[in-house]
Design a binder for this molecule. Structure first.
Ligand code: SF4
Length: 334
């Protein structure tokens, strides 16, 4: 435990809520990066609520689109505790969900961020980030203001200020017109890359674990090139698998129907494929399928382009191919 980064799991608050709810059995969902803390959470929660039964979900929990209602029903849980993401408004009449952010307890290297912003000549900065870094957003905002940099933080209804998801950049877009550059605080480049897909402004990714500030543009260009190559080869593809994901916030039957209509308009064959999770192993069994169409998490057809050995297109890609014009193609969250 000691070598791990510290997070605030708000166990006391959680214990009070569970006690108030008179919960007897709880299913806890952790993103993969937080699963090493499962025994720590169990120990602390048990010390406050010795009679409660705790189950951990082994599923990926990539986002608040992925609430484990089925697992909770299976084990007869009274409540789901979902760590690491903000509430997206997905609910069930049967099982309540408690969302806790799991805020990371590290200090940002402010000098690195300020130097990079100055080096690039920016003076109006929009800050956003994933919910685990909500405290770092406000610390960085205060420090940047102290050195004369104008800081903007947008909001999205129901989320804390500046908080974005990989498919929801409402907070960042709310201040887009005021800024020269966006600074995204999160581990890795995933969130920054998503924002780069919907703004023409520069997007810098500040990773507080590695203490690096990098532009999302290079990765954007690399993925755009890969996608364009797939689109150029589109005419060689005959059979498409339209992927429908069972995850509660990724189930989009209407998109699957729309995809089938677009493929029919292009005189292509297709199969509907329903999956628990979209991964190369599951899709790899469909050896006769030439390419897939993603109706699930909008990031799959872009971010996972390297993971799958066959192309995965979005509905937007299909619409572009129907028009047979990729001259103005850009990566989009659609
Ligand atoms: S749909 Fe994708 S990007 Fe959106 S919350 Fe779920 S995993 Fe994240």
């Amino acid at each position: 435990m000691s070598s791990l980064v510290e997070y605030s799991f708000e166990i006391e608050k959680l214990a009070q809520i569970l006690k108030f709810m008179q919960a007897k059995r709880v299913l806890i969902q952790l993103p993969n990066g937080l699963k090493p803390y499962a025994s720590h959470i169990e120990k602390l929660l048990k010390s406050m609520l010795p009679n409660i039964s705790i189950f951990f979900s082994g599923g990926d929990a990539y986002g608040p689109c992925d609430i484990a209602f089925d697992e909770a029903k299976l084990i007869n849980a009274d409540v789901i505790v979902h760590y690491g993401h903000p509430a997206l408004g997905i609910s069930s009449n049967e099982i309540p969900v408690i969302y806790l952010p799991a805020i990371v307890n590290i200090s940002p290297k402010v000098d690195i961020v300020i130097n990079e912003i100055r080096r690039r000549g920016y003076s109006n900065v929009g800050i956003s980030g994933s919910i685990q870094h909500v405290n770092l957003i406000s610390v960085l905002a205060d420090e940047l203001k102290k050195v004369g940099i104008n800081v903007y933080i947008g909001t999205r209804h129901g989320f804390p200020p500046g908080i974005i998801l990989g498919c929801d950049y409402t907070a960042a877009l709310a201040i887009d017109k005021y800024v020269d550059v966006h600074l995204v605080v999160a581990g890795g480049i995933f969130h920054a890359l998503g924002l780069r897909m919907i703004t023409d402004k520069e997007v810098l990714a500040y990773d507080p674990y590695r203490n690096t500030v990098i532009s999302a543009s290079d990765e954007y260009k690399r993925r755009l090139a890969l996608k364009l190559k797939q689109l150029l080869d589109f005419d060689k593809l005959d059979l498409f698998g339209i992927i429908i994901c069972k995850k509660v916030g990724q189930f989009n039957m209407h998109l699957a129907i729309k995809a089938s209509e677009l493929l029919r308009d292009m005189d292509r064959q297709f199969l509907f494929i329903v999956v628990d999770d979209v991964n190369p192993e599951t899709l790899g069994h469909f050896t006769d399928v030439d390419a897939f169409v993603n109706t699930c998490c909008p990031r799959l057809s872009i971010d996972d382009i390297d993971r799958f050995n066959k192309p995965i297109f979005s509905l937007y890609d299909l619409k572009v191919m129907l028009k047979k014009d990729i001259s103005a193609y850009s990566l989009k969250l659609k």
